[in-house]
Design a protein around this ligand. Structure first.
Ligand SMILES: *Cc1c(COP(=O)(O)O)cnc(C)c1O
Length: 300
């Protein structure tokens, strides 16, 4: 009977830490060790006003005694952002950069000017994606290998934003594994973005690019309904920016018979639940339960 089904497992990286969840921890880990090795006590990074990476960087700064500086795209909104409020409470210094200048965030000249402005800082790119991030992401796979002896070939599924997570999975996947990305962004450029992190051409991956619901952070009531139903059935919370869209898309693929019968799918729960707070803030607090931890009593 089971041979006729698709097996779906979930790697609960959302449970790594209440504030430093999922792939954001995986990507920061070796960068923090590098900063420490270099004797640098400040972290400078980039992101949007609701960014999971900004949130996680602020939290690691407080936990591991780094000074943190967040360069945020755009202007401070009158409506505020729970993410930035959290980051500032955790001690992050927030500065805003207009959207035109923000586009240069990857240019060497721009990065040199940031390095001059913040001497002795370790600069982490937007989303935390760089070579050391890929090394941390690879541990998702080595960890699974130790947790699941003689595992079958897996199709690793992960949401795609800046592309570092998918690239890390592609590089570390087993010889018979496949990697399937679900893009949270609209556009075909995501393939090149992921390939840009890879040192050679791999053939074990592809990205679903029709699962974005109109673009980054765009949504429709059916998506919210799906996330709420998913929670009712599984007690697993999904954020609406990345993991909700991944699971909706994955469910559709399974119903369409995309996966051969008997195949094994491993979904990375990349966390991002702090984003639910921002989503409720922007679009309505009754749409989703508050699964983030900011409103709860904490010793943080
Ligand atoms: C950042 C993020 C992603 C995307 O990861 P990338 O490495 O940027 O592609 C996916 N899910 C969540 C919850 C994230 O915070």
């Amino acid at each position: 009977m089971w041979e006729n089904r698709v097996h779906v497992s979930i790697k609960r990286d959302d449970l790594i830490h209440p504030y430093i969840q999922g792939n954001k921890w995986r990507k920061l880990k070796y960068n923090l060790l590098k900063a420490k090795e270099l004797g640098l006590k400040r972290l400078v990074t980039f992101g949007g006003a609701f960014s999971n990476h900004i949130h996680a960087t602020a939290a690691v700064g407080q936990l591991f005694a780094f000074e943190t500086i967040g360069i945020i795209r755009g202007e401070r909104s009158d409506k505020g952002s729970p993410t930035l409020a959290f980051a500032e409470a955790a001690g992050m210094q927030i500065t805003f950069l207009n959207r035109t200048d923000y586009r240069h965030r990857k240019d060497p000249d721009f990065l040199a000017s940031i390095a001059r402005k913040y001497p002795d800082a370790y600069i982490i790119p937007e989303g935390g994606s760089n070579a050391l991030a890929l090394k941390g992401v690879a541990e998702i796979i080595t960890e699974t290998d130790t947790q699941w002896a003689d595992r079958p070939p897996l199709t690793w599924c992960a949401a795609v934003g800046s592309g570092g997570t998918l690239a890390g999975l592609i590089r570390a996947a087993g010889a018979h594994d496949q990697v399937l990305g679900f893009s949270a962004l609209k556009g075909d450029f995501v393939d090149d973005m992921v390939a840009g992190f890879l040192d050679q051409a791999y053939t074990n991956w592809q990205i679903k690019k029709d699962v974005h619901w109109g673009g980054f952070a765009k949504w429709k009531p059916e998506l919210i309904q799906f996330i709420n139903d998913f929670y009712e059935r599984t007690r697993i919370p999904l954020d609406p920016i990345y993991n909700g869209k991944l699971w909706y898309g994955l469910n559709q693929l399974i119903l369409d018979g995309y996966f051969p019968k008997g195949s094994h799918v491993m979904v990375i729960h990349s966390g991002g639940l702090q984003g639910v707070n921002g989503f409720r803030h922007r679009f309505g607090s009754t749409l989703l339960p508050n699964w983030s931890f900011e409103d709860q009593e904490s010793t943080f």
